[in-house]
Design a protein around this ligand. Structure first.
Ligand SMILES: Nc1nc2c(ncn2[C@@H]2O[C@H](COP(=O)(O)OP(=O)(O)OP(=O)(O)O)[C@@H](O)[C@H]2O)c(=O)[nH]1
Ligand SMILES: [Mg+2]
Length: 449
């Protein structure tokens, strides 16, 4: 997952709290030290770390848990709360609606991910029914126009580029009329090695001409806490309305970049978590921290589901997963629908409780071909076998393997998958290790589960 090592350290820290016999100052000091160590490794600024942990310590020592909430549960809640505050509390979205011609200017240094983010954002908004288009104003890098054009063409989205014109203002003016009929216009600009006078001037000129609704700074997460300086400089020179933090998938320093943005009060709107068009997520501090701590992020899961399988189906899957009484057919349906949402391990971390568990890797790594085989096996089963997979043994296994042209070992594997899934769902329903969080989350208003 994104920020894997930070997440693992924080989850282990919270498990320590859960396992401790009682809460005392020693435990709180240890918790604080663990969090500090984890944050330092994620390249978070030392001053920010101290502010965060002294707040956690102060609250943990002074505040009393509300009625019905245990000490340990309360500590977890404090860590969650403070991390959310640390990352900027509110979720900011771009104000866009159909019929409004929202113009979004993307700015940033070389290679920060501007062009890639345009393709991702085009995909994001198109999937939500917006009419999107992009216009290329990067006249500096020779291949820039081709990159934008190819990326947009691959997705069948309209794109306006000019391969010969050297003045970005002229390119914009040429297409201005065409761009008016789109709900969202994404504007690609040129980067530089640093925020030079030349770049500031170029952005100012485009700003005056285009009057964009949003000026987004694209920041690569691998700059770590140096993101603060970049955000401050860009904001001072050209005024930014939001940030997209890219490449969070490929760096351990992401915590530094995210907290640095929060410290400058630059709202993070999206995060980039891969190179593909779908690797973009709206940034929601609550959900993000939930996932980081292994508590899940149902909102993100439903967002994803809406995108790929429609709202109704998404709701149904959610209900089935949480209900937990399923047979082979349900398992198959679930796996298939979940496949559509994306890699299963990415989905798992959004489901409350699952993120905190050590799920066997082979279980998450279900290949499309395997799903096909399983379908054949299920077609060779009787209705009662489908409804009660535990009936499967000896001769039934042989018969199913023969009937589906597969091997007995394969049918056993399906059975194993079924049992594991069932066990997993049982755990989510209230046993180990999510028990603690689940129990207390229900009691605290605003806590998402
Ligand atoms: N892993 C990963 N790679 C990314 C992400 N976003 C962008 N990249 C990669 O980073 C590289 C640079 O991305 P671009 O979109 O070309 O960056 P740019 O800001 O347009 O760069 P210039 O046009 O040169 O200023 C490309 O190889 C992208 O595939 C991300 O979220 N994750
Ligand atoms: Mg570019």
């Amino acid at each position: 997952m994104v920020l894997e090592s930070l997440s693992t350290s924080l989850k282990n820290t919270l498990k320590k709290v859960a396992r401790s016999l009682f809460v005392d100052e020693r435990l709180i000091n240890e918790l604080v030290r663990d969090i500090q160590r984890a944050m330092l490794q994620a390249d978070v600024n030392v001053k920010l770390i101290f502010e965060l942990t002294s707040k956690i310590k102060e609250r943990a020592l002074k505040e009393e848990p509300p009625n019905g909430v245990g000490q340990k549960e309360f500590i977890v809640k404090i860590v969650y709360d403070q991390l959310v505050t640390f990352l900027g509390e509110e979720k900011k979205e771009i104000s866009a609606f159909k019929g409004k011609n929202t113009k979004i200017l993307l700015v940033g240094l070389f290679g920060s991910g501007k062009t890639t983010s345009i393709i991702k954002m085009a995909n994001y908004y198109a999937k939500r029914g917006f009419k999107v288009a992009a216009v290329g104003l990067d006249v500096h890098r020779p291949a820039a126009m081709d990159q934008l054009e190819q990326g947009m063409n691959q997705m069948n989205f309209p794109v306006f580029v000019d391969h010969t014109e050297k003045d970005p203002k002229k390119i914009y003016k040429k297409y201005q009329g065409n761009l008016e009929k789109f709900d969202i216009v994404l504007i690609d600009t040129a980067g530089r090695d640093a925020l030079s006078k030349d770049l500031i001037e170029e952005i100012e000129n485009l700003n005056t001409l285009i009057r964009p609704d949003e000026r987004l700074l694209i920041l690569s997460a691998d700059v770590g806490q140096a993101a603060q300086k970049q955000a401050e400089q860009f904001n001072k020179s050209c005024g930014i309305t939001g940030v997209v933090v890219t490449k969070l998938d490929g760096t351990a320093k992401g915590g530094g970049a995210l907290s640095a943005c929060a410290a400058t009060h630059a709202p993070i709107i999206f995060i980039g978590v891969g190179e593909k068009p779908e690797d973009l997520e709206p940034f929601n501090p609550k959900g993000f921290v939930g996932r980081l701590l292994g508590m899940g992020d149902i909102e993100a899961l439903l967002e994803k589901a809406k995108e790929s399988i429609g709202e109704e189906d998404a709701k149904e899957i959610g209900e089935k997963i949480l209900k937990g009484d399923f047979n082979f057919l349900d398992l198959y349906q679930q796996l298939q629908s979940m496949k559509k949402l994306g890699p299963i391990n990415k989905i798992m971390e959004m489901i409350p409780g699952l993120g905190a568990m050590n799920i066997p890797k082979e279980m998450l790594d279900i290949q499309e071909e395997k799903l096909h085989l399983w379908k054949h096996m299920m077609q060779s089963m009787t209705k009662e076998e489908l409804e009660d997979p535990e009936l499967l043994g000896g001769s039934r296994l042989d018969r199913i393997a023969k009937g589906s042209g597969t091997a007995v070992a394969g049918v056993r594997e399906l059975l194993k998958q079924y049992r594991q899934s069932k066990k997993l769902v049982k755990m989510v329903k209230g046993k180990d290790p999510s028990k603690l969080m689940k129990k207390f989350a229900g009691k605290i208003p605003g806590m998402k589960w």
